[in-house]
Design a protein around this ligand. Structure first.
Ligand SMILES: Nc1ncnc2c1ncn2[C@@H]1O[C@H](COP(=O)(O)OP(=O)(O)OP(=O)(O)O)[C@@H](O)[C@H]1O
Length: 752
């Protein structure tokens, strides 16, 4: 419609049929109102546009910092109630009061400073995001001009615009590829930072470096001097909060890092797009329509947010179930031989299937929820907002002249150009806003992974500081000794080992021994005996720093002066040499001045020198856990002891699979190397090597005394002899009764 053919303004304002005088007066008033509005319209428009941009920035800031979420909840008059229970309800969701604080903490880890590599990558990423938005604005404009040159049949203009179109493709494609590349790189960089941070605590080596010798897996590798090391053990055994730490350290950290990298471009770019596109649109179609559009869009977006289920909590729960399922599989692999020999397939299958179906049930539920949520989401974002967008495009066409917009008063070419440009801008703006909305779901998932990763880091910090959370056994003994559990004993570094009134308490709160006192002087081997489960190994867990000292005083040398050998020695991933020198590596071995020949001499002492050739040399790599027999494993552990030559060695049933001859060689050689032994064993054959005994009675009591092996053996033999004879007594009694009966029968026959 051109201005030349347009009817006068008053005729276009159709008014209801009123008396002519009233109509004329109303028309006059309306005309003057409109004229006044049109006079101040540029000012109003500028105000609206500025307000709109501020509004976009404000809401983005509030939603990114979580203040909007908090404010909303606080106004719901539930501030007082927001205690533990409340935060539990929101756990893993965007509404979790802790979410943004935790996210901030994690972001500080992944982007430690503005000068870090990650910050530079993020800045570069942001620059590319800006470039893409600028390119999109240019393309929207160019698109309009191309169509305009087409409908107005201007071939030269068309070709020139087309060549511009092709030229812009080079920076556009480069920008898009770089954005993808930088996003993946950022995800990887975040993951590396987080993994390093988490592993630094999880596998924190002892303060004295890698020279520690408390070398077995059961006691946490390289020992502890009460400085919060061996955390991976404590996390699994002394605290209930983190189940399957492997899942947290691998999958959850990876998911969190990728989501964090994604969410930045999925929120920052669309938010920027929304602002710029809408600003441009407001100039093309007028700010009034845009403000109405924004109000409608925000209202529907608010509705959508309100009906969005807690996808973050669902993602966190799914990760937990995945972890549990993986654990059942790795457990089966770990104990493959035992399960195979028991033919426990059916049982193990049931366990794995239970884990799998719990996961499937949860995933299915989430998928079903996603169906209706997806419908609501697409209905609002695509269809409703699409219709609103078309309405906006119509403004310059139908109301252009009234509002003084170019699209309404121009030629067919300018109107087409305006329509195509506006339509493209709108599509981009609604797409961008849609992505902001969709990213709310991603934000919810990020909240889930944030809660998982933060849980891991927080729990590790707690455990490191000795703040354990474990469900205690509800036995009366525990309740009666609750005070005991609150106490803390002392650990003092010393040359000898001494326990002064130290209680033995298991992580479950079971008091094994109320107060224990004994000492081991260098050179005086100690034998520890007692019934199963009485706390023999627990003593060494306390000595190794794995279990807390709840009272009394423990005197002990630094951890590097210990080696622990359990019944099933730990065999690491690596070469045959690595098995002997664990936890040292070949370089450390050379630094100590030990050669392969020295190792061979150690093996010869244990009559296993042939093993090196049999296994293919010192550098052979195998799954040693499966490749060696039980006796070989125990002898490897003894060889390890001779390599490390510690002051003290803890031998926990470690000779159960070797012959008596090897047992003797081991004790004699260890004594000749000046190693003081503390042995847990039920085998009387070992008594003669020890001079002290710590005997548990299994009722919470114990005796610590000198061990006269010969006398003890003689007593043991006499005891066994008596027990054997006592076993015969019932049989002898029965036989006596039989003989009496026979005799009585004979006498009865004779008298008859
Ligand atoms: N990580 C743990 N968490 C909870 N309780 C544990 C843990 N380790 C051991 N216990 C409990 O501590 C108690 C003592 O265990 P310990 O291993 O010291 O027994 P033991 O005397 O060495 O037995 P055995 O002769 O059978 O090896 C047992 O009741 C056991 O169930």
């Amino acid at each position: 419609m051109s201005s030349a053919t347009a009817p006068p303004l008053d005729r276009r304002l159709r008014l209801p049929s009123l008396p002519p005088v009233t109509q004329a007066r109303a028309r006059e008033q309306l005309q003057s109102l409109l004229a006044a509005y049109l006079r101040y319209r540029p000012l109003v428009q500028r105000g609206l546009t500025g307000g709109f941009v501020l509004y976009c920035i404000g809401t983005t800031y509030l939603s990114m910092t979580g203040r909007g979420v908090k404010a909303g909840r606080e106004s719901s008059a539930s501030t007082k109630k927001r205690g533990k229970g409340k935060s539990k309800k929101y756990r893993g969701s965007v509404n979790d009061p802790l979410f943004f604080a935790r996210l901030k903490k994690l972001i500080r880890i992944v982007i430690p400073s503005l000068r870090s590599r990650e910050a530079s990558m993020l800045a570069l990423h942001s620059a590319f995001l800006l470039a893409r938005t600028a390119l999109s604005l240019y393309v929207a404009d160019l698109d309009g001009r191309i169509v305009s040159s087409l409908v107005t049949a201007q071939p030269a203009l068309f070709l020139s615009n087309l060549s511009r179109w092709l030229a812009i493709a080079i920076p556009a494609t480069y920008t898009n590829s770089m954005l993808e590349y930088l996003q993946s790189e950022l995800g990887l960089a975040y993951r590396t930072r987080l993994t390093r941070h988490a592993l630094g605590t999880y596998l924190d080596p002892p303060a004295h470096g890698t020279g520690g010798r408390l070398s077995e897996k059961d006691l946490g590798g390289t020992g502890d001097d009460g400085k919060g090391e061996q955390l991976f053990y404590k996390l699994a055994n002394l605290d209930d909060r983190i189940k399957n730490a492997d899942q947290y350290l691998t999958v959850d950290i990876q998911q969190f890092s990728n989501k964090l990298a994604e969410i930045y471009s999925n929120i920052a770019k669309p938010v920027l797009d929304v602002i710029l596109y809408n600003y441009q649109l407001s100039r093309n179609v007028g700010a009034e329509g845009l403000v109405i559009l924004t109000i409608l869009v925000q209202a529907s977006a608010g509705l959508l947010k309100a009906v969005t289920p807690p996808f973050g909590a669902y993602a966190a729960h799914e990760a937990t179930l995945e972890g549990e399922l993986r654990f059942t599989h790795s457990r089966l692999l770990e104990s493959g031989e035992e399960v195979a020999l028991y033919h426990g397939e059916e049982f193990e299958k049931n366990v794995i299937e239970r884990g799998y179906f719990a996961l499937v049930k949860h995933v299915n539920r989430v998928l079903r929820i996603r169906v209706w949520h997806g419908m609501a989401e697409e209905g609002i974002i695509k269809w409703l907002w699409g219709a609103l967008g078309l309405g906006i495009c119509a403004i310059p066409v139908f109301g252009g002249e009234v509002l003084g917009l170019a699209g309404g008063a121009g030629t067919l070419g300018t109107r087409t150009e305006g329509f195509v440009t506006n339509r493209r801008l709108l599509l981009s703006a609604s797409d961008a806003f849609g992505r902001v909305m969709y990213s709310y779901k991603e934000l919810a998932e990020l909240a889930g992974y944030t809660s998982r990763v933060a849980d891991l880091l927080d729990t590790m910090d707690d455990v490191k500081a000795g703040r354990y959370q474990k469900k205690l056994v509800s036995s009366s003994s525990v309740e009666g000794n609750a005070k005991m559990l609150e106490g803390r004993g002392q650990i003092i570094e010393s040359d000898e080992i001494r326990f002064d009134n130290v209680p033995l308490i298991s992580p479950n709160g079971d008091v094994l021994v109320k107060s224990m006192s004994f000492n081991v002087q260098p050179g005086k081997h100690l034998l520890v005996v007692g019934p199963n489960g009485c706390g023999k190994s627990s003593l060494f867990r306390i000595l190794g720093g794995l279990w807390p000292v709840y009272g009394g005083t423990v005197y002990k040398p630094p951890a590097r002066e210990f080696t622990y050998i359990p019944q099933r020695p730990y065999l690491c991933t690596g070469t045959l040499r690595d098995q002997l020198i664990y936890p040292h590596d070949a370089a450390m071995m050379r630094v100590r001045g030990v050669s392969d020949d020295d190792l061979m001499r150690i093996l010869d002492v244990l009559e296993m020198g042939h093993m090196v050739e049999r296994e293919g040399g010192w550098d052979a790599v195998r799954e040693w856990r499966d490749a060696l027999s039980g006796g070989d494993k125990q002898r490897i552990a003894m060889a390890r002891l001779f390599y490390h030559r510690p002051k003290y060695a803890i031998l926990d049933e470690c000779t159960s699979a070797v012959t008596l001859e090897i047992e003797k060689v081991m004790y004699d050689h260890a004594t000749s190397l000046g190693i003081t032994l503390m042995t847990v064993s039920h085998r009387p054959s070992l008594w003669k090597y020890h001079s002290m005994v710590l005997q548990y009675d299994g009722q919470g009591g114990y005796v610590f005394t000198e061990l006269d092996a010969e006398k003890r053996l003689a007593l043991q033999e006499e005891k066994q002899d008596l027990e054997h004879r006592l076993l015969e007594v019932p049989k002898m009694r029965a036989r006596l009764e039989e003989l009496r009966a026979v005799k009585a029968e004979r006498e009865r026959q004779r008298s008859a």
